[in-house]
Design a protein around this ligand. Structure first.
Ligand SMILES: [Zn+2]
Ligand SMILES: [Zn+2]
Length: 510
């Protein structure tokens, strides 16, 4: 996922706001809007005393991270080179485990039914602060670290979402915070979560479902991007499934009456779902590809498959839309004399923002500052930006920290969503890519393999470390974050995932 997509306001108290049309959608947004107003009006968190992040201890942690910048750039470069896709991140996961183990963390590997998922824990007791790291690559995005399109291996995988930086920066941060805890005898538990298969594999959903976040008080995270920003925005919930239709094959000219076309089933379903678009809330997104439409026009296909995604800013609304899509599948099968079954591939919640934590993260990000380019970085960026679609923001945006925003919905989805409904969660974006770069592009892979990516990553590592330090030393901060979390989630919230499969789809990229 990423945050550089156009955001649409959805939590405005204005009744004409586009997603206030559904009664069930209106309630949570109204709660969020009221909360946001309350929070903006409240006194700053720093009113009582200066946070530890602003003390010499904070400066010491930043210096320690600077001193290891080259080492972590090397770790990220290795994972960038491995470019392992979801649930196959064997080397990438092992490398991060090795870093954490060497630093004194206790590992639990292969958790939640995924061999590449792990936790690394230091300390004991409360509070329990978590730092999350991803490391999966994307198929088909192989690209060299050059400002012109040049795959390293045609059709190979590449780090188009910057997860090699994500996992490495989070590891760097966990180690720096652990060293600060040891040096200052800070009580509590610090736990790193190595979370595989973010890209479509819903790795974190299985980890949440397995109860691995149960004792956690707050989660600190980030994501690579084209700018520096901590926000209290949400994302879109997303459910995806493959619908498999089965019919009867026959000679398409000599015995069509003997056949029942599975492709007809697929087409009838897509037709009905396309008509549904007019009758769902505006901020719903539905997309599909026909992954199997038969093999030869002169044979009535006895098998066809369509792969659907549906996204919405509110999981409860999406759940209703999804039921209607399941009905469309059944109706399509009925009308075409075929049968249908579906396999749920992924299901993630929208992000439940936490403004209390996001404002702390933003304050720490402003302290750390943006990414400083050398003359070489600038030359790379100048050349790369000629390949980007206009309007392209100025290169200097990489050095800036954007103003705080909240109450918007970014048109992306992430399995961090499920984590955010289980534990108060904060993330941020750091400029690991040339400003104007979209996630999942060759330009993102390219910059991610250069010092631009490595420097952006350290902005995130430093900011997350300061935020974790504040969480360990300010119990009131955790209490406030929890109060906001409880209010946003509502007293009746029950976590319910559509991802009913027993084990992760370990072979979904094979
Ligand atoms: Zn992504
Ligand atoms: Zn991502």
């Amino acid at each position: 996922m990423h945050t550089s997509l156009a955001a649409s306001p959805v939590s405005s108290p204005d009744a004409s706001s586009p997603c206030r049309s559904g009664a069930s959608a209106a309630a949570p947004h109204a709660v969020i809007a009221t909360l946001a107003a309350l929070l903006v009006a409240s006194t700053p968190l720093t009113a009582q005393r200066a946070p530890v992040s602003a003390s010499p201890a904070g400066a010491k942690v930043l210096a320690a991270l600077d001193a290891r910048g080259d080492h972590y750039a090397g770790v990220a470069q290795q994972i960038w080179g491995f470019a392992e896709v979801g649930y196959q991140e064997v080397q990438s996961s092992a490398l991060l485990q090795q870093e954490l183990k060497a630093a004194g963390f206790a590992l639990a590997v292969g958790v939640a039914g995924a061999p590449t998922a792990f936790t690394a824990t230091f300390g004991s007791g409360k509070p329990v602060i978590a730092i999350v790291g991803e490391f999966d690559a994307l198929p088909g995005l192989s690209q060299d670290a050059t400002p012109a399109k040049k795959p390293i291996s045609e059709g190979g995988a590449g780090h188009g979402c910057g997860h090699h930086l994500f996992g490495t920066a989070s590891t760097a941060s966990a180690i720096a915070v652990k060293e600060w805890m040891v040096a200052n005898k800070i009580p509590g538990t610090l736990r790193f979560y190595g979370t595989p298969a973010e890209e479509g594999g819903s790795g974190k959903v299985f980890m949440v479902r397995a109860g691995l976040f149960k004792d956690v008080d707050a989660v600190v995270s980030w994501h690579p991007g084209d700018r520096n920003l901590a926000d209290a925005n949400s994302t879109l919930a997303n459910i995806s499934a493959k619908f498999r239709f089965r019919g009867v094959s026959a000679h398409a000219a000599m015995a069509p009456d003997k056949g029942r076309s599975a492709l007809d089933g697929v087409e009838a379903m897509t037709h009905m779902v396309n008509m549904m678009r007019e009758h769902v809330p505006q901020d719903t997104r539905i997309h599909y590809v026909i992954t199997n439409g038969g093999r030869a026009p002169n044979v009535v296909p006895d098998f066809a498959e369509v792969f659907f995604y549906a996204r919405q800013s509110d999981m409860r609304v999406l759940d209703q839309i999804w039921e209607r899509m399941l009905s469309a599948a059944k109706g399509a099968a009925m009308g075409t004399g075929t049968t249908v079954e579906h396999e749920t591939i992924g299901a993630v919640y929208n992000i439940l923002p936490n403004e209390v934590l996001a404002r702390v993260q933003q304050r720490n990000l402003e302290r750390v500052g943006g990414v400083k380019y050398t003359a070489e970085d600038r030359a790379f960026a100048e050349q790369l930006r000629t390949t980007l679609e206009a309007p392209v923001p100025p290169i200097d945006d990489a050095a800036r920290v954007m103003p705080f925003v909240g109450g918007q919905v970014d048109a992306a989805s992430t399995d961090m969503g499920d984590v955010s409904w289980a534990v108060p969660t904060v993330a941020m974006s750091a400029a690991t890519w040339v400003p104007g770069t979209a996630a999942h592009s060759w330009q993102a892979v390219a910059a991610g393999g250069t010092p631009i990516g490595a420097k952006g990553m350290m902005v995130a590592a430093k900011t997350m470390s300061l935020t974790a330090m504040d969480l360990f030393t300010d119990p009131a901060l955790i209490t406030k974050a929890r109060a906001e979390f409880d209010q946003r989630r509502g007293p009746d919230f029950v976590y319910k995932t559509r991802l009913d499969r027993e084990k992760p789809a370990l072979d979904y990229r094979k």
